[in-house]
Design a protein around this ligand. Structure first.
Ligand code: GCU
Length: 606
């Protein structure tokens, strides 16, 4: 089927499957009341709160007649005495009995709220992994599938002044048709893993907006503002005081205001991450944002940031907290992790393998790191399942909707290491066309497959490459394939005249385990592999970036080797306790040389 048919399918399935409005743009800037903190929970491995004994959905959760039930047909439940979990936060690292748990946990939080006349109220979730069903005061609001993107429900007509009870069923069971599917090399952290807010906005308010530097321009910005209530005509103003921009106008019949205008802009770049205060007003609603302006494009095998060719000195990162382990969610987590990348000499991070929390991408804007952001279309997805496609398209929509104003993000990735097939190509090309229909200002990539055409020649000719702006490719020569010395005998062929990022290479090393360069799991082996890999990478002419695997050791159920892995993937350059391994310094040195060679210092745009 042609891609646009897929998009049509997507619209039908999405409107049915994901019954919620797209989240408010820049939710953190609204009048919000966080519902973070201690929530009552019920651990429900057999989902007896949802299915009756014949396994038919009773669908009304742990309450009947709109009151929390205290006695269930089969067993008694009482939220008040069933224990608590902190929100935000995964449940795996909060309670030992939940460390490997995959199933349902019910969350309950009570609150009072007086909603002013002329205002609307939303409950907003930064993410819930993986399937959430949300109820307020005994009434189902809707549900959300996907563990790493925000969702919200309007509760204007449902909230009462006293005694509201919000109940969320979160189920992190893996299943074949999901996105990601059942097999992943990261921990399946379940729960309300990011902030939960109540957000109050005027009856007619700013629902969404986008604002970018026009491609090829140094000083003209353009974009649109979308009102929530499309039928209302409102005066809108977009003001960027420091750029001396003030654009006004009225929304059209669809509640949208398109704008364009010139101003004094210093373009955003890693060495000088200029952010501007942007103030958007529409009627009685005002939203403040901090936005950087830059352009990103390709020319042949070059990646051009603000018209200048760059090399992406990157590192891959999973969303694990450097302070408490488990899912990261705070600005403190983001700052520590990205500071580590900066100290390594990076100007680029690959946020693998799913959209990270909004604090991370906003911190990348502030600290000056370019970002590769991706959806968890990972390994062996059920390519021919329409609901799977709709799910992937929806997660991509929610990622781009949330982050389209972040200057740091230059690449949207549609897949990671997906085995070649016709159904896979159809699935991914529909994802690519959907990304481009949503955001024509950024580059599209994926971590592609590669293979040997003879004993020592690697080729990248994955047909998906035809549809991408930038080619990504993971390779583990010297770890999963042969020994590190093999890299000195390997040459590369790339079928496309496009920029290439080696989006993963690496080796496991247990911090503090030492031996010779051929003893696996030692720091010396990892260090030697990095030296060999870097020497090989320098021979690949279309190479314009690397994001080695990975900044920090991270938890994975696929890594059980006792005393070495203990459920950690050990490819980090830094241990999960924050200790730098010997290979860290090899990469740091390579990035210092690269920075000189590419004259990054001299490239600070005027
Ligand atoms: C793959 C995959 C990663 C995984 C890594 C590894 O390339 O993309 O998610 O962790 O290899 O095996 O360590």
């Amino acid at each position: 089927m042609s891609p646009n048919i897929y998009s049509t399918i997507f619209c039908c399935i999405v409107s049915f499957t994901f019954a919620q409005s797209l989240p408010l743009q820049n939710i953190g800037a609204r009048q919000v009341i966080p519902l973070n903190g201690s929530w009552n929970i019920i651990i429900d491995p057999y989902e007896t709160g949802y299915y009756n004994y014949r396994y038919e959905p009773s669908g009304d959760g742990y309450f009947k007649n709109k009151k929390p039930i205290t006695k269930h047909d089969l067993i008694e439940y009482d939220f008040e005495t069933s224990g608590t979990l902190n929100v935000p936060g995964d449940w795996n690292t909060q309670r030992n009995e939940l460390f490997l748990y995959e199933g349902t946990v019910w969350y309950k939080r009570s609150f009072d709220y007086t909603l002013e006349a002329g205002k609307r109220l939303f409950v907003h979730f930064g993410a819930a992994n993986y399937h959430a069903i949300v109820y307020l005061n005994g009434e189902k609001l809707g549900e959300h599938i996907g563990g790493f993107t925000p969702f919200q429900f309007e509760i204007t007509d449902k909230v009462q002044q006293k005694g509201n009870f919000l109940i969320v069923k979160v189920d992190n069971k893996r299943y074949r048709e999901a996105v990601p599917t059942v097999n992943t090399d990261w921990w399946n952290y379940g729960g309300l893993t990011r902030d939960v807010y109540l957000a109050e906005v005027p009856d007619t308010h700013i629902g969404d907006y986008t604002i970018q530097l026009e491609r090829g321009s140094k000083d003209r910005i353009s974009g649109w503002v979308q009102l929530s209530n499309e039928t209302v005509i409102k005066n809108v103003a977009v003001t960027i005081p420091r750029a001396k921009i003030h654009l006004t106008g009225r929304t059209d019949a669809k509640g949208r205001f398109f704008f364009s205008g010139k101003g004094n802009i210093v373009r955003w770049q890693p060495e000088k991450p200029e952010l501007y205060d942007v103030i958007i007003t529409a009627g009685s609603d005002t939203v403040h944002d901090r936005i950087g302006f830059r352009t990103i494009e390709t020319r042949g095998t070059d990646i051009l940031l603000n018209g200048t060719s760059i090399f992406l000195r990157g590192i891959s990162i999973h969303e694990e907290s450097p302070t408490h382990g488990g899912r990261a969610y705070s600005s403190v987590d983001a700052r520590i992790t990205l500071q580590r990348a900066k100290e390594l000499g990076c100007n680029f991070v690959r946020l693998a393998h799913y959209p990270h929390n909004e604090q991370m991408v906003r911190m990348a804007d502030s600290m000056g790191l370019l970002v590769w952001s991706e959806v968890p279309v990972y390994w062996t997805i059920t390519w021919e399942n329409q609901a799977t496609l709709a799910n992937a398209l929806n997660q991509m929509t929610e990622m781009i909707t949330r982050d389209k104003n972040r200057a740091s993000i230059i690449l949207w990735s549609v897949a990671n290491e997906t085995p070649l097939s016709e159904p896979r190509l159809r699935f991914l090309t529909s994802l690519v066309s959907h990304v481009k229909s949503m955001d024509s200002t950024r580059l599209v990539t994926a971590a592609l497959e590669r293979h040997y055409i003879d004993e020592t020649t690697q080729i990248i000719n994955d047909p998906l490459g035809n549809y991408l702006d930038v080619l990504g490719c993971n390779e583990y020569i010297g770890w999963y394939e042969d020994l590190p010395e093999k890299t000195s005998r390997v040459s590369w062929k790339v079928e496309y005249n496009k920029p290439l990022i080696i989006s993963e290479f690496g080796a496991d090393a247990l911090y503090g385990f030492h031996g010779d360069t051929l003893t696996r799991w030692t720091e010396e082996y990892q260090e030697y592999l990095y030296k060999q890999q870097i020497a090989m990478l320098k021979t690949i002419s279309p190479l314009r970036g690397v994001s080695p695997w990975i900044l920090t050791d991270f938890r994975s159920p696929r890594r059980p080797l006792p005393k070495i892995q203990d459920f950690y993937n050990r490819k980090g350059l830094i241990s999960n306790n924050g200790e730098k391994k010997k290979a860290y310094w090899i990469l740091k040195q390579f990035y210092e040389e690269t920075q000189m060679k590419w004259g990054e210092k001299e490239k600070i745009a005027k």
